[in-house]
Design a protein around this ligand. Structure first.
Ligand code: 13P
Length: 247
């Protein structure tokens, strides 16, 4: 069976003291985890978290990455900068970036390309809003979002991690049912298969109110290869319970 991957997205949370306490708990509790584990932390804490994870199997991730390698792009973070701090993963195209920072499918595709070209694994997020789901447009929306990334990245698409995050399930406590999530994961898998011979190796994570109580059911679905966890990744016991459900 494919090894699952559980990724915490801390979003804009944390402090030097809180990070230390959280990672002390996670490194102790996840020492023998049979799944992959990563935490995507705010950029100012990369250095701190790199040091705290130095002798652990937990990977460090970023929450965004520029589509440019360097230059006059104030406030942006290049993949080269990520690499200097041992950052292995970068979330790309999170719905909060699409919504609050106007990131289009094309920008998300370009960021994915820049990350891959520079040795950072992008965790590419797709997902429909509540209005889109209610209008019966879920399939159309997630396929359009993924198609842009496939178009720009060609056969390199097999190097990405994909995450399905229904926007209506993020931070709302409303999780997609395992069946709803599996249905979308299956169609994303089919779209990846049409683009790559290695599609079955691409991890497709589910994100949106994943927690200690619902993780096992979601992770038991055939095309759900892991989780992208927001709120529950900030609590040691909750995140470790999700990691345990992924064994
Ligand atoms: P929640 O787990 O808080 O719903 O957030 C999900 C998410 O957006 C992870 O990227």
């Amino acid at each position: 069976m494919k090894k699952k991957l559980i990724v915490g997205n801390w979003k804009m949370n944390g402090s030097l003291a809180a990070n230390q306490a959280l990672l002390d708990g996670l490194t102790a509790g996840a020492a023998t985890a049979a799944c992959g584990v990563a935490v995507c932390v705010p950029a100012p804490y990369w250095s701190q978290v790199q040091a705290l994870l130095a002798s652990s199997a937990i990977f460090l991730g970023a929450q965004d990455v520029s589509q440019h390698a360097s230059g006059a792009y104030t406030g942006e973070l290049s993949p080269g900068m990520l690499k200097e701090f041992g950052v292995r993963y970068a979330i790309v195209g999170h719905s909060e970036r699409r919504q609050y920072h106007g990131e289009t499918d094309e920008v998300v595709a370009a960021k994915t390309q820049c990350a891959l070209a520079n040795g950072v694994t992008p965790i590419v997020c797709v997902g429909e809003t509540l209005a889109e789901r209610e209008a019966g447009k879920t399939e159309e929306v997630v396929k359009r979002q993924l198609a842009a990334v496939i178009h720009a990245n060609g056969h390199c698409i097999s190097e990405i991690v994909l995450a399905y995050e229904p926007v209506w399930a993020i931070g709302t406590g409303k999780t997609a049912t395992p069946e709803q999530a599996q249905q979308v994961h299956a169609l994303l898998r089919a779209q990846l298969r049409a683009a790559s011979n290695h599609a079955d190796l691409i991890p497709i994570l589910y994100g949106g109110s994943m927690n200690a109580a619902n993780a096992a059911n979601l992770l038991s679905q055939v095309d759900i290869d892991g989780g992208l966890v927001g709120g529950a990744s900030l609590k040691v016991a909750d995140f470790l319970a999700i990691v345990a459900a992924a064994q």
